[in-house]
Design a binder for this molecule. Structure first.
Ligand code: AHR
Length: 501
């Protein structure tokens, strides 16, 4: 019997809805086909956005969407994506698959997508190959509500009123595809570029995000914080967020491993590598705490997820991969970790939303399927905007190779705005079920309901059989007094909602 101790009265930190954010890049079939099909498409759409995809995304309360990249962001020149579509520049997306980019999805279309999704926007600017003027003008174009060259251009393009920018990234992966910079060089550029990301209205205070580390590259974060964050009293420094990128790659970058055809050992290796994100988070947290003692700057894990070999027969530059119960477990343990670090983590964006890497949705022509990862997000949305509370689960180390042992169980618990207790538990074992007794301090349980995502470890959804892995009601749960007991099957993620007396 594994015990799960919960203290619902001990609130630790607020879980920003943005911890369940998403990322959409001009990469493969993420934007084009996956989201945007154009108004003339036979696929049902609203202003060019696929209705099926938008509706599915709305159902999981997408809180924020990052765009246009990724590596694409530092090659993107926003003026190519505005104005009459037939006049927009066409070019080759050299970074991702060498396909034609016709710029039919640009600023107006992205803002329209966020409007339809009802989510915040996170726009990533170009430092690698763009100028300060270009970045500054983009912000003016989107947010200035007066007479100015860029505001007038926006109006001429059919959008009278300015939009609001929620988050603005000043470059992406500038240690790599965003210009191969040294941390000192980038940090100085960051200070300069962000100066011109102006707040044109008091109602729109743009949250500026500085490029942080690649996984465990702590030297980068330390230098960038040192140079870019100065926080004398009442001054916010130069940033609101520092990013962190972390991908789970079971093999090497050359041979990452198949998304669907993997051994039990690879199951554990993948989960161990996914759990290792906590080392990167802990380290970046320490560095941020050193400079920002008042916890003003958010850690933004704006790219995370599994990265496997692309599906056989697909363009390797499209990063299209299937998604199994293994991905569901990676999502569950990662989101539990984010919850536990919600004091510092203020946003996270899974890579990527549709048809790329650990996608929540896959499409094929007019067909669409929801992946196991989607169903985990669907359960975890209960944590959005809730308060993390104290919890601890007894666990043991399991696995086949001592280098890749993982805890058998992972959990996080929150109390939402209505006072309901939201528990999420993942069983990382490929084969064993576990009985769990959950003890809730000072709580009389009035009602408890649960749902589950589980399956054979390789199970996944296909366009012919889209419901193999799905969220289902979980009835086998016993609640009495301040205790609940249940048995979690192997390779499963459970969400329990409790109403207390
Ligand atoms: O998500 C795919 C790519 O991974 C992004 O473009 C880049 O930022 C990262 O290396």
């Amino acid at each position: 019997m594994n015990k799960l101790y919960i203290n619902p009265k001990h609130k630790i930190s607020h879980i920003n809805p943005e911890l369940q954010g998403h990322f959409s890049e001009h990469l493969g079939r993420c934007i084009y086909e996956g989201i945007f099909v154009g108004e003339d498409s036979n696929i049902p759409n609203t202003n060019g956005m696929r209705k099926d995809v938008v509706n599915a995304l709305k159902a999981i309360n997408i809180p924020v969407l990052r765009w246009p990249g990724g590596c694409f962001a530092d090659e993107y020149h926003w003026k190519d994506g505005i104005g009459p579509k037939e006049k927009r520049k066409k070019m080759i997306n050299t970074h991702w698959g060498g396909v034609l980019e016709d710029n039919s999805f640009g600023t107006h279309e992205f803002m329209e997508l966020c409007r339809q999704l009802g989510c915040k926007n996170y726009i990533n600017g170009n430092v690698g190959s763009g100028t300060v003027q270009e970045m500054s003008e983009w912000v003016e174009y989107m947010t200035f509500d007066g007479v100015s060259p860029m505001a007038d251009l926006r109006k001429a393009n059919g959008h009278e009123k300015p939009w609001k920018i929620d988050y603005f990234g000043v470059g992406n992966e500038n240690w790599g595809c965003g210009g191969n910079m040294t941390p000192e060089y980038y940090a100085n550029l960051y200070r300069r570029y962000q100066t011109y990301v102006r707040n044109y209205s008091s109602e729109n205070q743009i949250k500026k995000i500085c490029c942080g580390a690649n996984g465990m590259d702590f030297g980068w974060s330390d230098t960038v914080m040192d140079i870019c964050f100065r926080a004398p009293k009442d001054f916010h420094g130069f940033m609101d967020g520092l990013s962190l990128h972390y991908y789970t790659v079971p093999g090497t970058w050359e041979h990452k491993g198949s998304a669907t055809d993997f051994s039990e050992q690879e199951w554990y290796t993948t989960l161990k590598k996914a759990l290792d994100i906590e080392y990167a988070i802990n380290a970046q947290e320490c560095i941020m705490d050193k400079y920002d003692k008042e916890n003003m700057v958010g850690m933004m894990v704006d790219e995370w997820g599994t990265w496997f070999d692309c599906e056989p027969g697909t363009n390797p530059g499209f990063l299209y991969q299937q998604n199994t119960v293994r991905d569901a477990l990676v999502a569950a343990v990662t989101l539990n970790i984010f919850n536990k670090h919600s004091r510092r983590i203020k946003m996270a964006n899974i890579a990527q939303m549709v048809n790329v890497l650990q996608a929540v949705i896959l499409t094929d022509g007019d067909k669409m399927l929801l992946t196991p990862t989607y169903h985990v997000f669907d359960m975890y949305k209960a944590h959005q905007d809730a308060d993390l509370v104290e919890s601890f689960i007894e666990s043991e180390k399991i696995g086949l190779d001592k280098e890749y042992l993982v805890p058998n169980l992972s959990e996080s618990v929150s109390v939402d705005k209505d006072g309901k207790i939201q528990i999420t538990v993942a069983n990382l074992s490929a084969a064993e079920e576990y009985k769990i007794e959950s003890i809730l301090a000072d709580t009389e349980i009035k009602s408890a309901s649960a749902e589950i995502v589980t399956g054979e470890i390789h199970a996944h959804n296909t366009f012919d059989k889209a419901d193999t892995v799905k969220k289902e009601a979980f009835k086998d749960i016993n609640a009495e007094g301040g205790k609940i007991t249940f048995t979690i099957p192997a390779a499963a993620v459970i969400h329990i909602e409790i109403e207390a007396e």
